[in-house]
Design a protein around this ligand. Structure first.
Ligand SMILES: [Zn+2]
Length: 265
């Protein structure tokens, strides 16, 4: 049996028997960890009421070699973020962050940038401003950066040169999730020839997303976005993310059930 101690954020919880839980956590140094919390619903348990979503925890656990599931020994709450459970929009945004962190993490493989991003994003979400939807977009942009998938928003994703608006529609630029973002005309033609889907996105949404970079990658305060523009930025970032995750996360489904909000016309 090896013993571990680390900071952790609870990503998912499953009831197990009458009084226990299986939890999936993102830890600061050990990547994603799956633990059985025996008897955690018993008031006398050392881990009673410890494993809430959104809180930063400090946990000790043991795990046998070659076993996926470890066993929680004890722990305490480092930072409580109660505000996230009392506001539905904040709860939804936070749940989406946890789901994406789950999809983007690997068991026992340290991913400190993802842990730091998630913790910083939950902190921001617990504050009254900015709006939860903007916090979610910031997290998703940060998530793409952490995974080396940041979309090109201002220049061409392929050649790095300028990517001017498309001639037939001067307020839009060519964009392809598969090619990594915005494209110039020759690279767009090349991508199409290679069988990639190339569409267009409105310049205002691309520029608004680009303006969010500093806040997405550090703790800086973002500029507030007008709500229609925020919804459109959120739409294309979520679709870009789903393309690269090769799945549609459960928490994206309702938002993306609407047709592409950035479609021409
Ligand atoms: Zn190009």
């Amino acid at each position: 049996m090896a013993a571990f101690r680390d900071q952790a954020l609870c990503l998912r919880r499953f009831p197990y028997s009458e009084s226990s839980l299986v939890v999936r956590l993102l830890t600061r140094e050990h990547g994603r960890v799956h633990l059985l919390a025996r008897g955690t619903y018993r008031p006398r348990s050392r881990t009673y009421a410890l494993l809430d979503l959104f809180d930063t925890l400090e946990l000790s656990w043991t795990r046998a070699p070659r076993r996926e599931l470890g066993e929680l020994v004890d722990g305490h709450i480092v930072r409580r973020r109660r505000a996230l459970s009392s506001s539905l929009p904040a709860f939804r945004a936070g749940s989406s962050m946890l789901e994406l962190a789950h999809l983007g993490s690997v068991p026992h493989q340290s991913d400190r940038p993802l842990f730091d991003l998630l913790e910083r994003s939950l902190d921001r979400l617990a504050a009254p401003l900015p709006a939860p939807e903007l916090n979610l977009v910031l997290f998703e942009l940060g998530f793409l950066v952490v995974h080396g998938l940041a979309p090109a928003l201002e220049t061409c994703a392929s050649c790095g040169g300028e990517a001017p608006p498309v001639p037939r529609s001067p307020s839009r630029a060519a964009f392809s999730a598969g090619a990594g973002g915005r494209l110039c005309a020759p690279c767009a033609a090349q991508a199409r020839a290679a069988g990639r889907r190339v569409g267009t996105l409105p310049l205002d949404a691309l520029e608004a997303a680009a303006a969010l970079w500093p806040a997405a990658t550090a703790a800086e305060a973002p500029a507030e976005l007008e709500s229609d523009l925020l919804v459109r930025v959120r739409d294309f970032i979520a679709r870009f993310l789903d393309y690269h995750l090769e799945t549609r996360p459960r928490t994206h489904q309702a938002f993306l059930a609407t047709e592409n909000r950035n479609a021409p016309g």
